[in-house]
Design a protein around this ligand. Structure first.
Ligand SMILES: Nc1ncnc2c1ncn2[C@@H]1O[C@H](COP(=O)(O)OP(=O)(O)OP(=O)(O)O)[C@@H](O)[C@H]1O
Ligand SMILES: [Mg+2]
Length: 461
């Protein structure tokens, strides 16, 4: 049962192969058999008639013994045979010994109806193909010239063809068996390995190893499945790491909340002290709300439910709106915010998501810069792309951390970022939004001098 199931595909292909070979061979056989053999018989018969007629022409001039003997002698050297009879069909001369078959053919001819032509054309059954040409002098038949061609040669060819057909059929059957075995080795087996691997994967096992050094489509498929398995394993690991970090992220503010709530409950506190603790509680719960909101955003992105709703917008006014929104916070921290925007950049993007990107970047620039520094937003069009840079003069990011800042929950200085409630999700959300816009985001930074985040997205009109 297992073997049968295993080789279904190979057997199907094998039989397809067999059918095509037999079909091809059959067509070839029919063409050769009917085409070639019949053609050959026709040519031979025509030449037989021509030969008989030419003998007849000679005999019509001289129907004497010497000429008849001459004709018979000429024919004795050829493959064909001649028999000359008189008007009553009595044999007068012949080139080769007369066989009973020749006699019976001559006797079966009705001279009154046959006026020179083929008298026996059945090369399959009759021993001879035969023609007859009447010798007429002054309109009256004085004799007949019969020509005979042995059909054995043609039948021989036919028999050889039949034998060859049988041999080729046998060979095709043999080749089919070989093909089925070969196909099951090179196609079915790897397919079964892959099927088993995918089943293993769906059961949650990820130690899938498909070693395929083939260069064909099956090799590609095996490599694709291997990549898929590796990716699944990586995602699984990432997910558990992520969950571990998330639970840590949630536990820390909750611990604060718990602790400060306990303190705030004490009776011996002045109302000023109680207010301070309640403020901390409020701040922490605010941070927690933000974190949960970010997490929710990210979950939506993972589910592909995070849709980008593009519309045509004028970029500078969008930047100005964002600027208005953040201005109070910048003024509060005494940080200058400059925007420079090339006029009239019309671009198709999701304005809400893009504002979120700018807010995240400005939020970072604000939080990681000292009082009195400046932050600049520069937007220009480069070919059909929009390029936006957010440049700050803040603390900068160490080289070793730079590759990781777009990762989830990654923070350079855990304690400092925590101070204002940063969770390390801002840039990873930003990056996902930009990638949904088919764009790229990159960072350059120098510790103590500042950071530049550069975004490039296509879609400028
Ligand atoms: N402009 C910047 N200057 C210096 N460091 C930065 C800057 N932007 C990001 N970083 C570093 O990269 C880390 C990741 O930034 P990200 O915005 O993802 O998280 P976050 O700001 O800590 O938290 P949040 O999720 O609230 O944005 C930050 O913690 C910070 O260490
Ligand atoms: Mg941030």
């Amino acid at each position: 049962m297992r073997f049968k199931r295993k080789n279904k595909l190979a057997t199907k292909l094998g039989f397809l192969f067999l059918t095509s070979i037999i079909l091809l061979e059959g067509i070839l056989f029919v063409v050769l058999y009917f085409g070639f053999l019949n053609q050959r018989v026709m040519v031979e018969t025509d030449s037989l008639i021509a030969r008989g007629n030419s003998h007849r022409d000679v005999l019509e001039k001289h129907f004497d013994e010497a000429t008849r003997g001459h004709v018979a002698l000429m024919e004795s050297e050829a493959e064909t045979q001649v028999v000359i009879t008189d008007a009553t069909n009595k044999i007068l001369d012949h080139s080769n010994p007369i066989t009973t078959e020749i006699k019976s053919i001559i006797h079966s001819v009705d001279q009154t109806t046959v006026d020179g032509r083929i008298v026996e054309g059945d090369w399959v059954r009759a021993p001879y193909v035969s023609t007859m040409s009447p010798v007429k002098i002054n309109g009256d038949p004085v004799g007949y010239v019969y020509m005979f061609l042995d059909t054995e040669g043609i039948r021989d060819i036919r028999d050889k063809l039949t034998v060859q057909f049988i041999i080729v059929t046998g060979l095709a059957l043999f080749l089919t068996v070989i093909t089925i075995i070969y196909l099951s080795r090179i196609i079915t087996k790897p397919l079964i390995h892959m099927k088993e691997a995918t089943q293993k994967m769906s059961n949650g096992e990820h130690d899938v190893y498909l070693i395929e050094d083939r260069n064909d489509e099956l090799g590609e498929l095996a490599r694709a499945i291997q990549t898929l398995s590796n990716d699944l394993l990586r995602l699984k690991n990432e997910r558990s790491d992520f969950l571990a970090s998330i639970s840590h992220e949630l536990r820390t503010p909750l611990t604060y909340l718990n602790g400060y709530a306990d303190i705030a409950k004490r009776d011996n506190l002045t109302s000023e002290e109680r207010n301070r603790y309640l403020t901390i509680i409020k701040e922490e719960s605010g941070n927690l709300t933000n974190l949960v909101k970010d997490l929710f955003d990210m979950a939506k992105m993972d589910q592909k439910g995070f849709l980008i709703e593009r519309e045509k917008i004028e970029l500078c006014s969008l930047i100005n709106q964002v600027r208005e929104k953040v201005m109070p916070a910048f003024e509060n921290k005494e940080i200058n915010l400059f925007t420079s925007c090339q006029k009239e950049i019309i671009i198709t993007l999701d304005p809400e998501r893009f504002s979120q990107v700018l807010l995240n970047l400005l939020d970072n620039a604000l939080h990681y810069s000292e009082k009195g520094k400046s932050v600049r937003i520069e937007a220009i069009q480069v070919k059909k792309n929009l390029q936006v840079e957010v440049i700050d003069e803040g603390e900068g990011i160490p080289k070793k951390d730079l590759p990781y800042i777009f990762g989830r929950l990654y923070r350079v200085d855990k304690s400092r970022s925590r101070k204002y409630g940063g969770s390390g999700l801002g840039l990873s959300i930003t990056k996902e939004i930009i990638e949904k816009h088919e764009g790229t985001i990159s960072a350059t930074s120098e510790v103590g001098k500042g950071t530049t985040i550069k975004i490039v997205i296509p879609g400028v009109e």
